[in-house]
Design a protein. Structure first.
Length: 145
């Protein structure tokens, strides 16, 4: 059943099997593939790292490499009209900010289900997105855990 709005559906992408499942779910909810915005948030090397100082890595080159990797896995023809966006920064914050910027109607995110010390140390992107998002968030759990 299609999602009852023409607004964007955002799918956070981390190249995992769970993010593939989130994309499949989002496509099944969308009235059209052009509602789908797949968003990857990457950390940029800090200003003092040698690759930045020597000018060998830039946001543009990182963005290009991530897009190429995504298109190897998910060809453009598979979901015509969908968009792939690369952002830089904290994933939870950037995803929520992007959803607000594009007036998204839904975010479909996978959760890796970390608990205990791993969750404390690594944080939970899904939890931050739920807390900060300006729209409904559908969280898909990994039932294999």
């Amino acid at each position: 059943m299609p999602f009852a709005t023409k607004q964007s559906i955002i799918v956070p992408w981390d190249f995992s099997e769970m993010s593939r499942e989130a994309l499949t779910t989002a496509v099944s909810l969308a009235a059209s593939p052009d509602q789908i915005e797949v968003v990857h948030v990457s950390a940029m090397p800090t200003v003092m790292e040698p690759v930045i100082v020597w000018d060998t890595i830039s946001e543009a080159s990182v963005r290009k490499n991530i897009l190429e990797s995504f298109r190897k896995d998910i060809p453009e023809e598979k979901y015509p009209g969908s968009r792939f966006v690369v952002l830089f920064g904290d994933p939870g914050t950037e995803l929520a900010d992007y959803a607000k910027q594009v007036n998204a109607g839904l975010i479909v995110i996978s959760s890796h289900g970390r608990t205990g010390i791993k969750r404390f140390l690594l944080g939970s992107v899904a939890e931050r997105v739920v807390r900060l998002a300006p729209c409904p968030v559908l969280v898909l759990r990994d039932d294999k855990r």
